[in-house]
Design a protein around this ligand. Structure first.
Ligand SMILES: NC(=O)c1ccc[n+]([C@@H]2O[C@H](COP(=O)([O-])OP(=O)(O)OC[C@H]3O[C@@H](n4cnc5c(N)ncnc54)[C@H](OP(=O)(O)O)[C@@H]3O)[C@@H](O)[C@H]2O)c1
Length: 494
């Protein structure tokens, strides 16, 4: 008998999966109390009440497993999720991030080591991870980020990770999310029980990725290859004067400060490094205003928002990383990567738009990463954060009529960040100087481009990663991941 853990087992697809696997030993996770649930399925032995959006949920799960002497798991189905429907203002960013992204990452971190030899984690995902989704942009961003996380740890933990993509299913999720039921005819979607059977078949087939349903497969491919973005309209281009940049004290951010200064802009430079910011302001005290703030702090996010108005260009350039084999890295560090690279971007953008702080005809710029196309084993959470913002930017591009949105996919860039996180023997001189990248970003904003892959070679690599991911992934494993692993194991043996 196999031991199978299912999250979000109390309704929808999760409940149907619990029924399908009822002859196995089950660990069913849900936020409801046991007394609310069907006693023919849920009991004290198989049901663990844990709200995945709350701190400490993982301790409840581990405690449950310990008390029942469950040391090995054969299958973990990470299914729980929440959605929302409407404009960005209606999204609860923290609840969405915690349930749909942070929790599955935390569960993977805690339970990967408990998988039996042939055991695996299955992530239930949505084809919206590959779509622009103007009416549920944060949900799609969490799913895109989760897909990137899974894709990258699948490279680190061979055959232990599978992602299953679903199209619309007739479950309670839509009503819970505020979807106007009459507009979508939810009753015509495939049923949860039929979809659960297809999911079970896909689990047995054991491919790294599967999509349920032929049309969903086609739509996902169309989304992945960018066919759903071709009708994006450009907003009116207006004269721009004020540019706010996060991560302004170093690397690409600092190069952007200098580029925009040289072009006559007023700059709002945002960074946590007060000394480096003071150095920037010293040279241009009139043209640069500095905001010393840590994007991981809610107080500082509020402080930033209170100080901003009439911004013509807002560039999200700040980022941090944490490299190494995912299960060996510190989870708190990985959460900080998500907080700075993804959560802060979502929260700032939502508030800037709601409070109309970006001028009409202005630009929002998201500095993502070539990991979006080429994968980044050894930095699965970093890659997740970058796919999260790419997806979010893509949805905004569809929904914002008056604001231009650019996503930048830098490859190796010669910055202090890269020097800190890349393997020791990687060739510094092959990296793109940040000053060149900053010029390309400036020109792309001016021409209102929607994406920038900043060199011909990187464009070739990005295309290869999109259409033939196996080759770029093997290359990334060889040129990056193996070196990172070697470096980390040498460091830990010293
Ligand atoms: N339905 C679709 O059209 C569709 C399409 C594509 C992908 N998906 C994906 O399919 C999966 C299942 O969705 P579904 O349609 O079955 O939705 P659902 O009926 O709403 O079920 C989601 C499950 O997750 C649980 N859950 C939500 N927040 C939780 C939390 N904080 N802690 C613990 N459990 C929590 C829910 O608990 P409660 O019972 O307490 O609400 C429920 O059991 C999700 O990953 C979803 O993204 C669904």
């Amino acid at each position: 008998m196999n031991t199978i853990l299912i999250t979000g087992a109390t309704s929808g697809l999760g409940l149907e999966l619990a029924k399908l696997y009822k002859s196995e030993k089950l660990v069913l996770i849900g936020r409801k109390s046991l007394s609310e649930l069907d006693a023919s399925i849920f009991n004290l032995d198989n049901y663990c009440q844990a709200d995945l959006s709350q701190d400490g949920f993982i301790e409840s799960i581990l405690d449950f497993l310990n008390k029942r002497d469950i040391n090995k798991l054969d299958l973990i189905i990470q299914n729980a999720a929440i959605g929302y429907f409407g404009n960005l203002n209606q999204s609860n960013i923290d609840a969405l991030l915690k349930t749909n992204l942070y929790a599955p990452i935390e569960i993977s971190h805690a339970l990967l080591a408990k998988l039996s030899q042939a055991g695996k984690i299955v992530f239930i995902n949505s084809i919206s991870a590959n779509f622009p989704a103007p009416e549920y942009s944060v949900y799609a961003a969490t799913k895109a980020a989760l897909a990137a996380f899974a894709r990258n740890i699948a490279l680190e933990e061979r055959k232990k990770i599978q992602t299953i993509y679903l199209g619309a299913v007739n479950t309670g999720m839509h009503q819970k999310s505020g979807v106007p039921v009459d507009r979508f005819k939810i009753e015509n979607f495939p049923s949860a029980s039929k979809t659960a059977q297809q999911v079970q078949k896909a689990i047995n087939k054991n491919q790294k990725e599967s999509t349920i349903g032929f049309l969903n497969k086609l739509s996902r491919k169309a989304g992945k290859y960018g066919l759903l973005d071709i009708l994006n309209k450009k907003p009116v281009n207006s004269k721009k004067r004020v540019c706010a940049i996060t991560g302004a004290a170093s690397g690409i951010g600092k190069a952007l400060v200098n580029e925009y200064l040289a072009k006559g802009f007023q700059i709002i430079a945002i960074d946590r490094d007060s000394l480096a910011l003071a150095e920037l302001v010293k040279n241009e005290p009139v043209k640069i205003k500095s905001l010393v703030s840590d994007l991981a702090s809610d107080n500082d996010l509020e402080k930033i928002l209170a100080s901003l108005y009439n911004i013509d260009i807002f560039i999200h350039s700040a980022r941090i990383s944490a490299v190494g084999r995912f299960i060996e890295t510190d989870l708190e560090k990985q959460k900080t990567v998500l907080n700075i690279n993804l959560r802060a971007v979502l929260i700032l953008t939502k508030a800037l738009l709601a409070e109309q702080k970006i001028s009409k005809g202005g630009s929002l710029v998201f500095v993502s990463s070539l990991s979006h196309q080429a994968s980044y084993p050894g930095a699965a959470v970093y890659a997740a954060s970058k796919d999260g913002i790419s997806s979010f930017a893509r949805s905004l591009r569809k929904s914002l009529k008056d604001i231009h949105v650019l996503t930048v996919y830098p490859g190796p860039t010669k910055t202090p960040h890269a020097a800190k996180y890349s393997p020791e023997n990687s060739n510094e001189n092959k990296r793109m100087p940040p000053e060149i990248l900053a010029k390309k970003i400036f020109n792309s904003v001016k021409r209102q481009k929607s994406s920038l892959v900043p060199s011909f070679m990187l464009q070739v690599f990005a295309r290869a990663g999109t259409y033939f991911p196996y080759f770029t992934e093997q290359l990334m494993l060889k040129t990056l991941y193996k070196k990172i692993e070697k470096q980390n194991s040498e460091a830990s043996s010293q």
